[in-house]
Design a binder for this molecule. Structure first.
Ligand SMILES: *Cc1c(COP(=O)(O)O)cnc(C)c1O
Length: 371
């Protein structure tokens, strides 16, 4: 039996150990640790990767989203109490970025087919206070951006992409982070492009916005000790930027490895009790997570565990059932609730071996009701 951890970060980073040590040494010896050449170089390399004009490094993915909304408030494009449309089944951070800015998150059901926000339901949720859409490329699959951008254009709404799970996903040659007015990325260690600690970035093609984002994230200051805004301290460290530069060079190879695992699962798992994720055009999905659905989810998770396979749930409680958002507890989102009850994430990562993949497939296929 081949043991399969859900995500083996140690083996992912071990592959680059020598390169990582080399760049860490370079930063240590430079004597410069905040906002220096590593951050500037990473910002250039990552904006090139995404095809976006600007990249601003920040401390984490939540800050990336929060600071964009804050900047739009400073520019007078948003005001407290305005509504932002966001998928009901997202990770809590997408929603926190909205409420943190005293705006109202309007939760919208995803499609069961893609797990991403359903453009049809976006239209129904638009009111006179709606100012923006925050689509999330959940699990690594680019949301239906052509339809979402068409709605945004028609109703004059801003679009903030949550790309925390989708570095490198693309549709019609256009990458995540280069569709909306701005985008937030996370480089949390478990993300597809992961630092060795917290890190994040914003991309945008708007030069005025980029300048303001840079200022807001550095104490609202453009010139040391002169503060133009009540800003925050949310900067990307030199050390993390240097590490991310190494890992960015390997990102496409890692995405290919993830696609290979996904392909094997899609071809190999055949069990009427398990619903597989739909297969989108190749480049649209970077398979941050491989999420299946099963009505007997707890039994399946236990069966996999007995076979040495660690499967996890992303996410066990929908945002509208969280204590933190008790104001939403009367809301009903049947598709979101069904998703949260039935989903299970299989092991996924660039270092899973053929043996591990085969054992996951075998264990899924041997699951039955009487387990
Ligand atoms: C991870 C994640 C975030 C937040 O990123 P952090 O770096 O952990 O702050 C935001 N949105 C989604 C969808 C995420 O998965």
């Amino acid at each position: 039996m081949s043991h399969s951890p859900f995500l083996d970060l140690k083996s992912i980073n071990a592959a680059y150990r020598d390169e990582l040590i080399e760049v860490c040494t370079r930063v240590i010896d430079s004597g410069w640790y905040i906002l220096g050449e590593e951050v500037a170089s990473f910002e250039k390399e990552f904006s090139d990767y995404c095809g976006a004009e600007h990249c601003i490094g920040v401390a984490n993915g939540l800050d990336a989203l929060t600071i964009v909304i804050r900047a739009w408030k400073e520019l007078g494009l948003l005001a407290s109490g305005d509504e932002i449309i966001v998928p009901a089944n997202t990770y809590i951070a997408s929603i926190l970025a909205i409420s943190e800015n005293s705006l109202t998150p309007v939760l919208v059901e995803p499609s069961l087919e893609t797990y991403n926000i359903n453009p049809e339901h976006i239209k129904e949720a638009i009111t006179s206070r709606t100012r923006a859409i925050l689509p999330v490329h959940l699990y690594g699959r680019l949301a239906e951006m052509p339809a979402i951008m068409a709605i945004a254009k028609k109703y004059d709404l801003l679009v903030l992409e949550d790309c925390a799970q989708a570095h490198g996903a693309s549709l019609n040659g256009q990458k995540a982070g280069n569709w909306g007015d701005a985008a937030g990325f996370s480089f949390y260690p478990g993300k597809n492009l992961g630092a060795l600690g917290d890190a994040g970035a914003i991309t945008t093609n708007n030069t005025e916005l980029a300048k303001l984002l840079r200022t807001l994230s550095n104490y609202g200051s453009q010139q040391k000790y002169k503060n133009d805004y009540k800003g925050v301290n949310s900067r990307l460290d030199e050390l993390q930027a240097a590490i991310l530069r190494v890992k960015l060079r390997h990102l496409n190879a890692e995405i290919s490895a993830r696609r290979h695992v996904a392909d094997s699962y899609l071809n190999g798992i055949q069990n009427s009790l398990i619903s597989l994720p739909s297969r989108p055009p190749l480049k649209q999905h970077v398979w941050h997570l491989f999420v299946i659905r099963c009505q007997q989810r707890e039994l399946l998770q236990k069966h996999l565990a007995e076979n040495g396979i660690q499967a996890m749930i992303h996410y066990p409680i929908p945002p509208h059932h969280q204590q933190a958002y008790k104001e939403f507890k009367e809301y009903s989102f049947p598709i979101t609730e069904q998703i949260h009850k039935q989903i299970l994430s299989l092991p996924m990562g660039p270092t899973l071996s053929e043996n591990q993949v085969a054992s996951v497939i075998a264990a899924c296929n041997s699951f039955n009701d009487s387990d």
